[in-house]
Design a protein around this ligand. Structure first.
Ligand code: GTQ
Length: 346
């Protein structure tokens, strides 16, 4: 849209109304209502090994207890200083060292963990403790008590994804700490999965939470699902083979505010171009390849992380069998009738 011409009379008028906390729509219309998404969010890739080295340094500088959470935030280069990986989402890398206690707290923000490195550290969520391994997708629902620890002899690194900017946008943040570093464990290990993860659901149960009752989706299961489906060789041109993590009670996304996905790109596969309105954070679990986002190409291997902004054309190419985990705000956009995608001609 073309800028409205300036005249001395108009300028004087703008100054007068400015004092009354008023402004003229016709000067800002084109920035507010754009013909297609225009985002400050930029494509970017973080090499895990580089982040890992800084995390080890952070591990010597501060305990998990003092930090509350020992996390380095992945800041989108177009959104620096805002603790955002995309306009609506937060991402960070968390390190839990042997003996660490990340004390119990709870907050309105929902969190996902995607385990990158290390095996056997735990998180306790709403009274159930779960041990985690690489590729596991773990959920902390809104307002659920959670504390993390590591009783193994090796460090654990995971990707944190939270809806912090969304909650900030709505001014809806509540948080509290606990007097106990570790919450009481009130449920046997595996309880949630046994009740909800086996295509069985407790009858007559009134759950009000919109978050999946399964809070650890183990990688062994995700990988097996991909491997089983691959034998049919029915590849999606844009995605290879892509599955969403689902809430078994509703079939909706596992989290109310964040959509999470796992996808297999077989060796040599090159996807057709695709774009969507949900800016997406990706990390590789297995394999290596490259992703083209707009006019930039990023080479990735295991544990590297990259972000695709809204409405940027993206193609992936795998040099060997590759598995990608990703998350976005699609869960919200779809509920609000805002989600759009474009499969090119595929
Ligand atoms: O583990 O509870 O990356 O509360 C940011 C905020 C992790 C957590 C983050 C959090 C957490």
């Amino acid at each position: 849209m073309e800028a409205v011409a300036k005249t001395p009379e108009r300028e004087a008028f703008y100054r007068r109304i400015d004092g009354e906390n008023l402004s003229a729509l016709w000067n800002v219309m084109g920035d507010l209502i754009t013909p297609e998404p225009k985002s400050a969010c930029r494509p970017h890739l973080w090499k895990f090994d580089a982040v890992r080295a800084y995390m080890i340094e952070a591990g010597k500088l501060i305990t998990a207890k003092e930090a509350e959470r020992r996390v380095l935030i992945l800041e989108n280069p177009g959104l620096r200083g805002q603790s955002k990986v995309t306009t609506s989402l937060y991402a960070g890398i968390q390190l839990v060292l042997p003996g660490d206690v990340a004390p119990a707290h709870r907050h309105s923000q929902s969190a996902l963990r995607f385990i990158l490195d290390g095996k056997g550290a735990f998180t306790t969520v709403a009274g159930e403790k779960t041990l985690m391994a690489p590729g596991d997708f773990v959920i902390t629902p809104s307002m659920a008590w959670h504390d993390h620890g590591n009783e193994t002899s090796e460090p654990m690194f995971w990707l944190d994804g939270l809806d912090i900017p969304m909650v900030q946008f709505f001014d809806a943040s509540f948080a509290e700490g606990s007097n106990e570093d570790r919450q009481k464990i009130t449920k046997p290990a595996g309880d949630s999965f046994a009740r909800y993860g086996r295509n069985l659901l407790p009858i007559d149960e009134k759950r009000s939470s919109k978050t999946s009752p399964i809070f650890n989706y183990p990688y062994s299961h995700s990988r097996e699902a991909l491997e089983q489906a691959r034998v049919r060789e029915e590849w999606d041109a844009c995605h290879g083979l892509k599955l969403k993590f689902a809430n078994p009670e509703t079939g909706d996304f596992a989290m109310p505010t964040i959509g999470t996905f796992i996808q297999l790109l077989p060796k040599g596969f090159k996807t057709a171009r695709y774009r969507s309105t949900d800016a997406t954070v990706f990390t590789a679990i297995e394999g290596k390849g490259r992703t083209r986002i707009g006019d930039k190409t990023f080479e990735w291997g295991p544990r590297d992380l990259f972000v695709v902004p809204s409405w940027h054309w993206v193609t992936h190419e795998a040099d060997e069998d590759a598995v990608l985990f990703s998350f976005s705000d699609r869960a919200v956009q779809q509920k609000l009738d805002l989600f759009r995608e474009d499969r090119g001609n595929a």
